[in-house]
Design a protein around this ligand. Structure first.
Ligand SMILES: Nc1ncnc2c1ncn2[C@@H]1O[C@H](COP(=O)(O)OP(=O)(O)OP(=O)(O)O)[C@@H](O)[C@H]1O
Length: 228
């Protein structure tokens, strides 16, 4: 098997105060390999989004650390390292709304490429990102306000994959969409690992979608109940 692209080692999170901590995630391990997709499922409050936030470097865990392609990315003792920042990209639930509403999507993507120091020909990155996200490149000239919900979600996928991440983490990306648009977006997401050589972590309440992933991690009350 290929080397892991993402490894979480003993990451635990507690909310609340130091005196009265409320454990949201008990020390959790997971490993994702190149080309692999993993669904994270579990009831509301099971700790799925908390896990995603830690893996994205958005939340400092109380214990443990995260490695990306063998390099320490973040952990309880340190925030995400700048030079690895672009390697893990998130697609939030309302991904379209995460793009600046009045700015043409192409410009937002170009800014992200510049900010994250991604080299090479930006037009090539853009064209490739549009292809992967199944969005007509012409639509990237529009602002998110001028796109439908599904188009904006795809634009957000294009924004995430343009920086050539090793891992894409999508948190219920289809829940706000109609069935047909959701199905198209799910296809685009599930095709990502094969198209990019990276890995996909998909948080979902949709059992049918989870079954289409290579592996499923089930969380229950902040603990891994099942992993396959
Ligand atoms: N900012 C916070 N402060 C305190 N507790 C929190 C906070 N965020 C989440 N929690 C608690 O942590 C636990 C895990 O929450 P989390 O959002 O990770 O669950 P989830 O599995 O993503 O749920 P859902 O499917 O409803 O989105 C829950 O008990 C929740 O109430």
């Amino acid at each position: 098997m290929s080397d892991p692209v993402l490894q979480a080692c003993g990451i635990g999170v507690a909310y609340g105060t130091r005196r009265q901590p409320v454990t949201a995630l008990h020390p959790t391990d997971l490993t994702l390999h190149a080309g692999e997709s993993m669904a994270v499922v579990g009831r509301s409050g099971a700790g799925k989004s908390t896990l995603a936030e830690v893996l994205l470097g958005l939340r400092r865990p109380g214990s443990g650390y995260v490695m990306v392609r063998g390099e320490r990315f973040c952990g309880f003792d340190r925030g995400p390292r700048a030079h690895l920042r672009h390697r893990v990209q998130g697609i939030p639930q309302d991904a379209g709304a995460s793009l600046p509403p009045g700015v043409p999507v192409r410009l937002s993507i170009e800014r992200a490429l510049r900010r994250l120091g991604v080299g090479g020909d930006r037009r090539v990155h853009l064209a490739e990102a549009a292809r992967i996200a199944h969005i007509d490149p012409g639509l990237l000239e529009r602002t998110p306000r001028q796109l439908s919900g599904g188009q904006a979600q795809r634009a957000a996928i294009a924004r995430a994959v343009a920086v050539a991440p090793d891992v894409v983490i999508a948190d219920e990306p289809t829940s706000a969409l109609d069935a047909r648009t959701a199905a198209g977006l799910a296809d685009a997401l599930l095709a990502l690992p094969a198209r990019t050589g990276g890995a996909l972590l998909l948080i979902t309440h949709d059992d049918a979608l989870a079954e289409r992933c290579d592996r499923i991690l089930t969380l229950r009350e902040g603990k891994v109940e099942q992993s396959r």
